[in-house]
Design a protein around this ligand. Structure first.
Ligand code: GLY
Ligand code: MN
Ligand code: MN
Length: 428
């Protein structure tokens, strides 16, 4: 599977080189940065351009020298260092496509200062050669546009990352059912997925009760709620396989038969429905708007708002309850780049004024992979603002008071766009 992936990647890179009038590129895996005044590093995050070609995700200082007319060279960093262990033995189909040259220190890096017409693809402070074009825009835009279409190998990797994450979700939910703390659910997730913190594609969001209303809640409380006061659980957590991420959210009510459980079921049903509409040629902004109208219907059905769906959307009332985009591209990055591009040449299609947080505005293509993650939240700050902005008359405040202790709901799946029947990697 990797060989057809590599074929696609090299075709796109060759075209990108041509667009940018380049003969080749040096793709740098990245390096770590230390904390201020310290010799402790932040976690390493691999350059997505690098892991698109080589599934080595935890090794800094590697460089791929890619030219359209010769076999690429991978300068593989293997320091003679007794402080850390060396990267694991490199096996796999991918290695056939590279001449691999180990480098042990900076001095082993070839002098690239005579290279002509080359780009350097890497983080801001990484290029030490004046002759190299650092992240040339024409090249980057072209690659970012085409990276949105995923190969079989990529889809398979994201599918595996889903499978693994679901083990963690199950373990975390079991902890919640036993009344354990947010932190205990987090630890159960890590154990079940065999991930450590820096291997996670993003920090786990594990929230009980009103913490579920914080979109990227990060604290993981250590205490267990007293019996009777544990109401709800929201978990947004993914895994990585071959450098590809999953990004999955589920919400649970402690009492499977209460009103909040019914509200979850309604969002879940609506989420499946909207996910089935992620088909080739669909404009994602339209899908996002459709999702808002469907959320408005649910809010009305549950007597949380008092106006019709269209009024709720047009006045911005649905944004009070759903203040984020319907979803985003997913792949080598959790929020894969290129979602606002209008063309391979880098023109931008900004999100609509009413929905500034929408990360994806493109028309969907076959084998795009994206998330579908609608929600309903009861966020104090936004509800107070709505009241001050005259939206308060549309809101049934008694119902809001009932639901506020439960925090919020988000249901998030990973979807592969197809002509007719999108593939739901999370549910399947
Ligand atoms: N977990 C981050 C997101 O859903 O976008
Ligand atoms: Mn997401
Ligand atoms: Mn998520």
């Amino acid at each position: 599977m990797f060989s057809s992936h590599y074929k696609y990647v090299s075709e796109i890179i060759n075209q990108g080189l041509e667009k940018a009038s380049l003969d080749g590129v040096l793709i740098y895996s990245g390096h770590v940065h230390n904390y201020f005044l310290d010799d402790m590093p932040y976690a390493f995050a691999c350059n997505p351009h690098f892991k698109w070609m080589v599934p080595i995700t935890e090794t800094p200082h590697c460089i791929i020298h890619y030219k359209s007319d010769s076999k690429p060279i991978l300068y593989l960093y293997q320091p003679k260092d007794y402080w850390h262990s060396l990267p694991k033995t490199l096996e796999g189909e991918w290695s056939e496509f590279f001449d691999i040259i180990p480098i042990t220190c900076k001095e082993d890096v070839p002098d690239f200062s005579d290279l002509k017409n080359h780009g350097w693809i890497g983080q801001d402070d990484s290029c030490e050669f004046d002759n190299l074009q650092h992240n040339p825009k024409k090249y980057m835009d072209y690659i970012h546009w085409h990276r949105a279409v995923k190969t079989k190998y990529e889809i398979e990797s994201i599918k595996k990352a889903n499978k693994l994450a679901l083990k963690g979700h199950k373990a975390a939910e079991n902890c919640f059912r036993k009344g354990y703390s947010e932190f205990e659910s987090h630890l159960a997730y890590m154990l079940a997925t065999k991930h450590n913190e820096y291997q996670l594609p993003y920090g786990n969001i594990i929230a009980q009760n009103e913490n579920g209303s914080v979109l990227h809640y990060q604290h993981m409380q250590r205490f267990r709620h007293q019996q009777g006061s544990l109401k709800s659980f929201l978990i947004d957590a993914g895994c990585q396989v071959n450098g590809y991420a999953s990004d999955i959210t589920r919400t649970y009510s402690f009492d499977n038969n209460d009103e909040f459980a019914k509200l979850i079921q309604a969002v879940d049903k609506m989420q499946v429905k909207i996910g089935k509409q992620a088909t080739t040629g669909t404009n994602y902004v339209d899908l996002h708007t459709k999702a808002h109208l469907m959320i408005a219907e649910i809010l009305k059905d549950f007597d949380i708002i008092k106006c019709d769906a269209l009024t709720a959307h047009d006045t911005g009332l649905t944004n009070v309850f759903l203040p984020h985009g319907l979803g985003h591209y997913l792949g080598l990055q959790v929020h894969d780049i290129g979602g606002h591009q209008k063309s391979p040449a880098g023109k931008i299609k900004s999100p609509p004024k009413l929905h500034p947080f929408l990360r994806l505005t493109r028309t969907l293509e076959k084998n795009n992979v994206l998330t579908i993650e609608p929600g309903i939240y009861f966020i104090g700050m936004l509800l107070e603002k709505a009241k001050a902005d005259d939206l308060g008359e549309y809101i049934n405040w008694n119902r809001v008071d009932d639901f506020k202790p439960y925090g919020g709901i988000r249901i998030e799946d990973n979807i592969v766009v197809k002509k007719n029947n999108p593939v739901n990697l999370t549910r399947e």
